[in-house]
Ligand binder design. Structure first.
Ligand code: GFB
Length: 317
């Protein structure tokens, strides 16, 4: 419990859930630095940080993330910022002999037309989804780099690829956030402003797999405590294995928020990839599965949204 664990990105959706889970399990020596205290894109600052703190474990949940519009609008930032963060943290983890590093990727790394549910072996079997190609390339590079370090230097770096996530402390930016928090905000504002209808982007037909970030955090701590890269292979999917259409999601959120108007669709906005549900049999065979049902999780998040007035609306760059 006294081991030094660096949670990179501890203020974000995933990082804050992991920090909460580690604290609840009694870890006393968490190292957390805000963006202003430590710029992970700056090689010298990261080198100095690792020399000073010498963490035993690293959870790399810091990243430049966003929804379909953010990814589609800022491909350069999504690639360059994520590559810099990954290279700085992973290289310094090796240089300072970190015992174990967990790298967070995303389900958007898979080819657009891969068979569903997505199995780990489908990686790089085809073209990527255009709207988030540069983010996917950065995440693929990160997981491949971890694998290369394990092979060449016998390190213990685990790469995990979660499905779409939602949870406390999410980003509600009106242009660049992910679909679930954006719809919570839009249905809420429509309700309090007595609007007649809420517009959902695209056709509503695409399917998405949503997992509560608190469940992912439990899985990450489970892997930190019990598994090594040799148990995992190159990387492992973490998801619920269940999917809903964007239309079904919008109706669940409409119901939870208590909006009584209609739902309309804005076809000028992109649908993105049609499906990306993951095969989660590998993580299940290691003894872990997600617990929080979608509607339950959305109720928890809406409560957090209502209580947490200063909701994060940080724009993308
Ligand atoms: O979460 P999201 O923006 O990203 O979901 P992806 C996009 C899907 O939700 C598209 C529909 O089908 C959109 O048309 N949608 C409907 C909306 N209304 C809205 C809305 O108000 N806002 C948004 N954002 N979408 C992300 C990747 O892909 O998945 C990230 O861009 C990451 O890099 C993440 O990998 C897990 O699910 O399409």
């Amino acid at each position: 419990m006294d081991e030094k664990i660096f949670v990179a990105g501890h203020k974000g959706l995933v990082g804050s859930a992991i920090k909460r889970e580690l604290e609840e399990r009694g870890y006393k020596n968490l190292i957390c630095k805000s963006h202003s205290e430590l710029d992970l894109e700056d090689a010298n600052s990261v080198t100095k940080f690792f020399d000073e703190y010498k963490p035993d474990y690293v959870i790399l949940s810091a990243a430049k993330v966003g929804g379909i519009l953010g990814n589609n609008s800022y491909p350069v930032e999504f690639f360059v910022k994520n590559m810099k963060i990954q290279l700085n943290v992973i290289e310094n983890a090796y240089r300072t002999n970190v015992k174990k590093l967990i790298f967070l990727g995303s389900s958007c790394i898979y080819p657009k037309s891969a068979p569903q549910p997505l199995k780990e072996e489908y990686l790089l079997d085809g073209k990527l989804e255009k709207t988030n190609e540069m983010y996917a390339l950065a995440k693929i590079s990160g997981l491949k780099l971890c694998g290369a370090y394990n092979r060449e230097y016998n390190t213990n770096y685990i790469s995990v690829m979660p499905c779409n996530l939602y949870g406390l402390n999410d980003n509600y930016d009106s242009q660049n956030a992910h679909v679930l928090p954006m719809l919570i905000r839009r249905f809420h504002e429509a309700k309090i402003n007595n609007q007649k209808e809420v517009t959902v982007w695209g056709t509503g037909k695409p399917l998405r797999e949503f997992m509560f970030a608190g469940d992912l955090a439990k899985c990450i701590v489970f892997l930190l405590e019990n598994k090594n890269a040799s148990d995992i292979g190159e990387f492992i999917n973490i998801g619920t294995g269940e999917e809903v259409t964007i239309f079904e999601l919008a109706n669940i959120i409409k119901d939870v928020v208590g909006f009584m108007g209609d739902i309309t669709f804005d076809n000028t906005k992109p649908d993105g990839t049609y499906r990306k549900v993951m095969d989660v049999s590998k993580i299940k065979s290691l003894g872990w599965s997600a617990k929080t049902p979608l509607k339950e999780g959305i109720k928890i998040v809406y409560q957090d949204f209502l209580e947490n007035k200063n909701i994060r609306k940080n724009p993308i760059n």
